[in-house]
Design a protein. Structure first.
Length: 395
C-alpha cells in the first residue's frame, strides 16, 4: 500500500489552490502530495458564452501573486473598478471605487474554467501526483493518519487528509462531522447577460423586496448575473422564454447598461448557509464549501476558502512536525476563526437585511446605504470587507 504525506480530496479551485500553495515547500521537505479528483481537467481552455465565473477579491489577487500565478490568471480576468449598491424604489445608494481605495481594482471576475486551467498548469507533477478521475469512497482513521479507499478499490494512506469535496460532501457525513444550517428559502438564478452599453468594469448590487441581484463584469462585455428569488419564483424565471426573461430582468435592474440583449443558459441553485461543526481533527482538515458554504450575493465564499487554504499551507510549512499534527491544525483553525466569523457574519447579515420586505427594515437599510456613501470610515470598512481585507490590518 502506497503512503503519501498529504492527500487532498477534491481537485477543484480550492483543492488545487492548496496544492499550489504547498508545492514549493513540499519539494524542499521531500513531501509527497496526491490530489484526488473525479473530473479530469481539459487539456486546453475553451471559451464559452455560458461559462460560470468566480469573483476574486483584491486579497485573492495578492495570494495568487505570491504563488506566481496572477500574471497568467489576469490574461482573462475582468477588473471590477466600481461597485454600485442600491435599493430598488428608494434613494439610498453607495458607490465604492478602486480609485478611492487606492487599488488597481476592487476585485476581478474570472471564468472558472480559465482559473482552473491556470491552477492545473501551475502544478508540478513531480511533487503533486494526480489520481484523476478517481473518488474516495471510504476514509478510515488510523493512529498516524488516514487510510483512503478509492472507487477502483485501491487504497492509500496519508499523514494528513484534506477534505475539499464540496458543500454536499458525503465523506464529511461519513466521518460524522455535523453541520449548522440556515435555510434562506431562496434559489440563485445564474446566467450570463449581454448589455447594449459597455459595462466599463462596473459591478452592481441591486436589492429588491423579492431578493438581491448582482451583475458583475465579464470579458467580452458580458455580465454575470446572480439573481436571488424565492424557490418557486426562481423556477418561473428559469422557465421563461428569453424575451420575457430579459423584459422582467430589465424592469428590476433598469437601464444602467442600456438594453439587456442576450441571456445564456440559466441555472438554479438552492441557497443555504452551511458550516461544518468541526474543521480539524488529528490528521484531518476540512476546506472549501465542505467547511462553509455561503450565500453568493456578497461574493465572499471562494475568497474565504482561498484564505483558509493559504493559511493552512503556511501553518503546515512552518511547523516542525509532520503534516497532520493536531496542534498545528488547531493553531491554523484558531488563526482563521476571526476571519471566518466576520466573513460568514457579513455575508449572512447582508443577505438577511437586504432580503427583507418589511417596511421598517427597508427604511433602515435605505438610510444605511445613504450613510455608507457619506461616512468615509464606514465606507472604508465595507470596502475592505468586499476586497477580502477585513481582518488584515497590515494591508
Amino acid at each position: 500500500m502506497s503512503r503519501v504525506n498529504i492527500a487532498i480530496i477534491g481537485g477543484g479551485l480550492v483543492g488545487a489552490s492548496l496544492a499550489l500553495a504547498l508545492q514549493a515547500g513540499a519539494k524542499a521537505r521531500g513531501w509527497k502530495i496526491v490530489l484526488i479528483e473525479p473530473f479530469a481537467p481539459g487539456d486546453s481552455y475553451q471559451p464559452s458564452y455560458d461559462a460560470r465565473s468566480t469573483a476574486l477579491s483584491f486579497g485573492a489577487r495578492q495570494i495568487y501573486e505570491r504563488l506566481g500565478l496572477w500574471q497568467q490568471i489576469n490574461r482573462r480576468a475582468e477588473p471590477i473598478l466600481q461597485i454600485q449598491v442600491s435599493d430598488r424604489g428608494r434613494f439610498g445608494a453607495a458607490r465604492l471605487s478602486a480609485l478611492e481605495e487606492g487599488v488597481p481594482a476592487l476585485g476581478y471576475v474570472v471564468e472558472n474554467a480559465w482559473l482552473g486551467q491556470c491552477l492545473w498548469q501551475g502544478l508540478d507533477r513531480d511533487i503533486v501526483t494526480w489520481r484523476c478521475p478517481a473518488e474516495v469512497t471510504r476514509m478510515q482513521a488510523l493512529g498516524d493518519g488516514y487510510r483512503l479507499t478509492l472507487n477502483d478499490d485501491t487504497e492509500l494512506e496519508c499523514d494528513l487528509a484534506v477534505l475539499a469535496d464540496g458543500g454536499r460532501s458525503g465523506l464529511r457525513e461519513q466521518l460524522g462531522i455535523g453541520v449548522r444550517q440556515r435555510e434562506y428559502n431562496q434559489s440563485a438564478l445564474i446566467a450570463n447577460i449581454s448589455p447594449s452599453e459597455a459595462h466599463c468594469g462596473q459591478a452592481f448590487e441591486r436589492f429588491t423586496d423579492d431578493g438581491p441581484m448582482a451583475l458583475l463584469p465579464l470579458p467580452d462585455n458580458r455580465c454575470a448575473l446572480v439573481w436571488t428569488r424565492l424557490g418557486m419564483d426562481a423556477q418561473r424565471l428559469a422557465d421563461l422564454d428569453e424575451r420575457s426573461f430579459l423584459r422582467e430582468l430589465q424592469g428590476v435592474f433598469g437601464y444602467r447598461l442600456g438594453n439587456l440583449r442576450q441571456v445564456g443558459v440559466r441555472h438554479l441553485y438552492p441557497l443555504k448557509l452551511i458550516e461544518a461543526e468541526e474543521q480539524v481533527r488529528p490528521h484531518l482538515a476540512v476546506l472549501g464549501n465542505a467547511a462553509h458554504s455561503l450565500h453568493p450575493i456578497a461574493g465572499q465564499g471562494f475568497n474565504l476558502s482561498l484564505r483558509d487554504a493559504h493559511a493552512l499551507a503556511g501553518a503546515l510549512l512552518t511547523s516542525l512536525r509532520i503534516p497532520g499534527d493536531f496542534a498545528t491544525l488547531q493553531a491554523y483553525h484558531e488563526r482563521q476563526r476571526l476571519d471566518q466569523a466576520m466573513t460568514v457574519g457579513f455575508s449572512d447579515k447582508v443577505t438577511r437585511l437586504f432580503g427583507s420586505s418589511q417596511p421598517l427594515v427597508g427604511a433602515g437599510r435605505n438610510l444605511g446605504l445613504l450613510g455608507l456613501d457619506l461616512l468615509p470610515p464606514a465606507k472604508r470598512w465595507f470596502a475592505r470587507q468586499a476586497m477580502g481585507l477585513g481582518t488584515r490590518p497590515d494591508v
